[in-house]
Design a protein around this ligand. Structure first.
Ligand code: NAD
Length: 260
């Protein structure tokens, strides 16, 4: 379905981004990986996706807190893969603390990675998409872009901002064949959430599995985690013709979290 297209997926060395990169590649899309990690493991992942799906897969180590490195990431993808048709702004970090104890440095870091990075990447990639007359920008927001939770001031502010940015980009790009959508996952079991599950287990004196179930029950109607593969398939759907009029929206995939 995406043969001849090329994608940049930020933060694709782990979790949701990794699964989205894999799902796009499975549809024939060339992919530029990005994110932190051990060089050997990243090369194994890059070669593994390329071999499994017969597509070009590259890697760029841009730090998404750095506007100059983000511009270089988009330029490298255009040079190495020929274009950026699909941009998935996925890189994200979390910090959990009450607002009075929230370190200013962590606030700045979360806003930089979870919000400003998407602005910089979109402004660098949009001109090429407009020239090509087709593009899909997928921002990985969160249910926390739609509702708040205690102790997540920076994350909730960044994700609400990302939902707002999604609407503006969708409106500005509407006549150029470029759609922009935010995906808003509920709980997905990745390294980002594992830390929160462990903290809950410690706080309640329960084991990690029980803590995972308790977190699900606190927030979701469905007592199970969304999988990274399900988010990958949602991203693929958003790149399909069937989704060509879906733009400017924030799509929850959240086990009923925001229904209540
Ligand atoms: P993860 O920790 O498994 O992966 C995060 C990725 O971002 C990694 O590849 C990491 O290297 C990369 N990254 C972090 N800082 C970076 C930086 N400065 N520059 C470049 N790359 C950087 O987390 P995940 O759960 O897969 O999260 C992916 C996205 O999904 C995030 O935006 C997160 O907010 C969002 N999300 C996750 C959940 C969940 O339950 N896991 C729910 C809603 C939204």
């Amino acid at each position: 379905m995406l043969e001849g297209r090329a994608a940049v997926v930020t933060g694709s060395t782990s979790g949701i981004g990794r699964a989205i990169a894999e799902a796009l590649a499975a549809e024939g899309c060339a992919v530029m990986l990005n994110g932190f990690g051990e060089a050997e493991e990243i090369e194994r992942q890059r070669a593994g996706i390329a071999d499994a799906h017969g597509v070009r897969v590259a890697y760029n180590p841009a730090d998404m807190t750095r506007p100059d490195e983000i511009a270089a990431l988009i330029a490298a993808a255009e040079a190495e893969l020929g274009a950026v048709d699909v941009l998935v702004n996925n890189a994200g970090i979390q910090h959990v603390a009450p607002i009075e104890a929230f370190p200013a440095e962590r606030w700045d870091a979360v806003i930089a990675v979870d919000l400003s990075a998407a602005f910089h990447a979109i402004s660098a990639a949009l001109p090429g998409m407009k020239r090509g007359g087709w593009g899909r920008i997928i921002n990985i927001a969160s249910v926390q872009g739609l509702v708040g939770s205690i102790h997540k001031a920076a994350y909730v502010a960044a994700k609400h901002g990302l939902v707002g940015l999604t609407k503006v980009v969708a409106l500005e790009a509407a006549e150029s064949g470029v759609n922009c959508v935010a995906i808003c996952p509920g709980w997905v079991r990745t390294p980002l959430i594992e830390k929160q599950i462990e903290a809950r287990a410690d706080a309640d004196g329960i084991d990690v599995e029980e803590a995972g179930v308790a977190m699900l029950k606190d927030k979701q109607a469905l007592p199970r985690f969304t999988t990274v593969e399900q988010i990958g398939q949602l991203a693929v759907y958003l790149c399909s013709d069937a989704a060509s009029t879906i733009t400017g929206v924030a799509l929850p995939i959240d086990g009923g979290w925001t229904a209540q």
